[in-house]
Structure formats: structure tokens, C-alpha cells
Write a protein that binds this ligand. Structure first.
Ligand code: ZN
Ligand code: ZN
Length: 328
């Protein structure tokens, strides 16, 4: 039976069932009431009273979460007018105490500290009974709507598999089932390495390339060379190599058009509860700048039909980015 949508909304973030798309929509109306920060005050800066006076990297609770451990439980009844609790977690990940540092300016050793914190928090969140999926991500740039300059990313713990990860899980699982347990990503990695046209850089443990199927302009993915499912399956030196690749990609992006690239970064990890031997760790970069002066908007075709139009050709962009020096 569908719950009464008016029962639950005042107690925190909720989820409503979209009966046409058959997916959850988060309702977090309290996020609209986010206060304007006083000028020259930043809660993430040491001395604010909100964070320790000394830190290198830090998990900070999101004050206006879309998913919360205090929300009513998530009881999925995919039915008309179903509304249920958005039980989960939303963290802010502070990359540095330095307010003015861009994420792309973090030194490699500092990215390794961020990766270590991501791994630690992923493990913690995955172990919670209600958590099905942990999304580690970052939005960077005013063009993308980020008003807080202090370098930070976020972690969301979902009580379900969100639709895009779920679609990818199904593809990977189906391929693996049809190929004696072979990993689809491992297979495609061999083909990318053999082809080479879309590769922009790499080290012993990771390869960065513009995917053949890129949806965003100059989209880049970093794939683990070795089959691994999440950050906790990577050894410390592999996390260090990941840090080096993240730094390389971001510093190349900053030199592509001569200013910091507005982008979304997503760390793709295996599901929390479903055993996923077919899943292969990677990091995605979704830039929204399609030329020095033009932004890519998710307009009617992308938002309304789900079909992406990429205004750049992945092979051409890969060649440009391969030849772009990383910002010093
Ligand atoms: Zn700050
Ligand atoms: Zn693999």
C-alpha cells in the first residue's frame, strides 16, 4: 500500500517513486533554506569553530543532507505516490585546510591522503546495514554551481543502487556471465591499450583515456590496470599511483583552455552488499566546458530524452589532451 506522502516530509530528506522512470527522486526541501554564509567566513577553514584547528584531510558532516542516518528508514514500495525515508549519509570531504587551493593544485602526496580517506570512509559506510551504494564525487567550478571555493568533494551513501551505477552493474554482470566470468572492463582495457588513440596518460597501475562512448566534452576515465573492485582492494602504493593519475588529468585539464576546468569527478566503486566479482574500479571526469568560451548544458535532449550529444570527437580530444602539458 502506498504511504501518505504528507506523513513523512517534515522529518528529513525523503524519496519519492517516479512511476514512469521507475526510479527514486530525492526530496530535500530543507536544502532550499541553506543560509547565506557571512562574507569572509568559511566553515571549512581552521579557526571557524566548525573544524579542528589542524587537519590535513577531513570528513565533515553535510549540514543539509539529501540522505541522512536520522531520516526515517528506507522502505521501498515502488508504488504510485510512495514516499519513504532517505536513510543514508552525506559527507563533505575537505581536501585541505587551505581555502584558496584549487583541487587541481593539490600535490600528489596530498591526493594520496584524500584517496586514503575515501577508502576508509567507503569501508565504514559500506558496512552500515542500510547502505547499498557509496558514491564518492566532486563538483568543481562556479559554472557547475559550486559557490564554496574551499577545496572539497562529497560522499553519498545510498540505500539503493542509483540508476546509472545499476545500469552499469547489469552490463558488467551480463558480459561476465556470457564470457566465463571475464571482466568487461579488463577486456575493453586490452582493446584500448592495443588501439592507443584515446589514451592520454598512464603509469604502472592506472591508464587514463577519453572513452569511445564519451558523453561529455573531453570526458576522461582512469581505469585500474589490475582487476580491483574498490579503493580498499588497492594497496597503498596503488592509491599513490591513483593520486598521481588524478593530479595529471586535472593539471592537463587546467591547461587545455588555460583556466581551471569546471567538472564533475566520480569514483566508481563496487556495490556495498551485492557480491560483484565483475566490477572494475575506475574514476570518471565529466567536464562541462566544450570550448574556451562555451559550456555544455544538459538541455532538452540530454535531460528530457537521456541521449547525450557530445560536441567533440573523443579521438580528436584525446590527441589534444595527450599533447597538453599538465599545469606545473
Ligand atoms: Zn575555507
Ligand atoms: Zn576487470
Amino acid at each position: 500500500m502506498a504511504s501518505d506522502p504528507h506523513d513523512i516530509g517534515d522529518h528529513g530528506p525523503t524519496l519519492r517513486w517516479h512511476p514512469f522512470l521507475r526510479q527514486w527522486v530525492g526530496i530535500a526541501a530543507h536544502r532550499q533554506d541553506r543560509p547565506q554564509m557571512p562574507e569572509n567566513w568559511c566553515p571549512f577553514c581552521p579557526g571557524s569553530g566548525r573544524v579542528p584547528d589542524n587537519y590535513e584531510v577531513l570528513i565533515y558532516p553535510n549540514d543539509f543532507p539529501a540522505f541522512s542516518e536520522d531520516a526515517p528508514p528506507f522502505v521501498p514500495q515502488p508504488d504510485f505516490y510512495c514516499e519513504t525515508g532517505a536513510r543514508g549519509q552525506c559527507d563533505v570531504v575537505l581536501y585541505s585546510p587551505n581555502h584558496k587551493l584549487l583541487p587541481s593544485e593539490l600535490p600528489v602526496d596530498h591526493w594520496a591522503k584524500v584517496a586514503h580517506l575515501w577508502a576508509h570512509r567507503t569501508k565504514e559506510l559500506k558496512s552500515r546495514p542500510e547502505v547499498q551504494y557509496v558514491a564518492v564525487f566532486e563538483n568543481t567550478g562556479v559554472a557547475i554551481g559550486v559557490t564554496m571555493p574551499h577545496p572539497h568533494g562529497q560522499i553519498y551513501a545510498f540505500p539503493f543502487h542509483p540508476p546509472l551505477p545499476q545500469a552499469e552493474f547489469e552490463s558488467m554482470q551480463a558480459y561476465s556471465a556470457a564470457h566465463d566470468g571475464e571482466c568487461m572492463t579488463c577486456m575493453l582495457l586490452k582493446r584500448e591499450l592495443a588501439d592507443g588513440r584515446r589514451i592520454i596518460g598512464g603509469n604502472d597501475s592506472f591508464v587514463a583515456f577519453v572513452p569511445f562512448w564519451g558523453r561529455f566534452p573531453t570526458e576522461v576515465q582512469i581505469w585500474a590496470r589490475r582487476h580491483a573492485g574498490d579503493l580498499n582492494d588497492l594497496a597503498a602504493e596503488e592509491q599513490q599511483k591513483l593520486a598521481a593519475m588524478i593530479s595529471l588529468v586535472r593539471r592537463k585539464y587546467d591547461n587545455l583552455y588555460g583556466f581551471p576546468m569546471p567538472l564533475m569527478m566520480l569514483v566508481r566503486q563496487s556495490p556495498a552488499k551485492t557480491p560483484a566479482p565483475w566490477f572494475h574500479f575506475r574514476v570518471d571526469f565529466l567536464p562541462i566546458q566544450r570550448s574556451p568560451k562555451k559550456l555544455k548544458y544538459l538541455a532538452a535532449v540530454e535531460s528530457g530524452t537521456g541521449t547525450f550529444l557530445n560536441d567533440t570527437r573523443p579521438e580528436a580530444q584525446a590527441e589534444i589532451l595527450r599533447n597538453t602539458l599538465p599545469r606545473a
